[in-house]
Ligand binder design. Structure first.
Ligand code: DGP
Length: 115
């Protein structure tokens, strides 16, 4: 996807604070952090836009993203204290970037609001 900001980040065409990458995933700090630690984890390839695109063939990528979230949480030392993982899909969730991503938040008590 030529005009996708997250594709450009994963390809190194737009600078970011990279935290981790493997064969399938790329993780970097959110530009507008909502917690002390706020990492975005994306598939390197633009396979999915949102949850509505997930199917039997591509659902393995969700597991890869969560596995990367576990590794990143350990790297940042927030795995023991707890993390919150969020995916925004669509208008009501205010998804702003149409390249599937999960938010990994932690490093502080995030309260009981929003699940
Ligand atoms: P969402 O609302 O789930 O689509 O969240 C998209 C997130 O992406 C939002 O928290 C801000 C972040 N973001 C948008 N553009 C950039 C960027 O250029 N660099 C970084 N690091 N994060 C970005």
């Amino acid at each position: 996807m030529d005009d996708c900001i997250f594709c450009k980040i994963a390809k190194g065409q737009i600078p970011c604070t990279k935290v981790y990458e493997d064969e399938y995933t790329f993780a970097f700090k959110d530009i507008n952090p909502q917690a002390k630690q706020h990492i975005l984890i994306i598939p390197k390839e633009h396979i999915l836009t949102g949850l509505n695109d997930v199917n039997d063939d591509n659902s393995y990528i969700i597991g890869k993203l969560f596995y990367a979230a576990k590794i990143v949480s350990e790297m940042l030392g927030i795995d023991k204290s707890g993390v919150r993982i969020i995916n925004n899909t669509g208008k009501d969730a205010h998804q702003s970037v149409q390249h599937f991503h999960i938010h990994v938040l932690g490093g502080e008590d995030m309260g009981e609001g929003l699940v």
